[in-house]
Design a protein around this ligand. Structure first.
Ligand code: AMP
Length: 163
């Protein structure tokens, strides 16, 4: 369980660590792999969401998944990426959240994932929570905890800190 004080500090403004859907680069499953490759190269991210035409989260596409797919197509080369679609190389979405305040889950997921998609109850994509944005909140907490709480070390911890 997350310490309630830490949780309160991190949750002061949950919207601040969600990058909203309208500024998240994405592709659709019917886009060509060439298009996905160009979008990924242009935005400089290694992985972006794949959305349906009605904005539901369908999968993920990454530069690594595109390269991996090409390796398994005999004779395929980068210039043939226009012959294949995102659906051919798309990765499943294994982890997502539908509540940006579920910090315990989000922190656990972000240990392994660079970002977590946020969807509503109908799986309509709302945005992403990235390590970077959450680290900004943690940085804020690290510098401001004393302004909101009196933090007193327990004797045992204080002893250890002196050693
Ligand atoms: P960061 O923590 O900022 O390095 O972001 C982690 C990952 O989240 C990136 O590598 C991308 O896969 C994804 N990401 C962050 N911002 C965006 C964005 N605006 N559009 C699409 N993907 C993003």
């Amino acid at each position: 369980m997350i310490d309630p004080a830490v949780e309160q500090m991190l949750l002061k403004d949950p919207k601040s660590y969600v990058i909203s859907a309208d500024v998240v680069a994405n592709v659709t499953a019917t886009n060509t792999l060439e298009h996905a490759f160009m979008v990924l190269s242009k935005v400089g991210y290694s992985r972006i969401p794949v959305l349906t035409p009605d904005d539901r989260l369908q999968g993920m596409i990454s530069l690594a998944a595109i390269s991996e797919y090409l390796l398994h197509v005999p004779g395929a080369a980068v210039e043939q990426l226009s012959r294949y679609t995102v659906a051919d190389a798309m990765l499943p979405v294994n982890r997502w959240v539908s509540d940006p305040t579920k910090l315990e889950t989000i922190l656990n997921y972000l240990v392994d994932e660079p970002f977590i998609p946020l969807v509503d109850d109908d799986k309509v994509f709302q945005g992403i929570i990235t390590r970077r944005e959450l680290l900004k909140r943690i940085n804020f907490m690290a510098h401001n905890l004393h302004k909101y709480y009196d933090v007193t070390a327990k004797e045992k911890v204080a002893d250890q800190a002196e050693k």
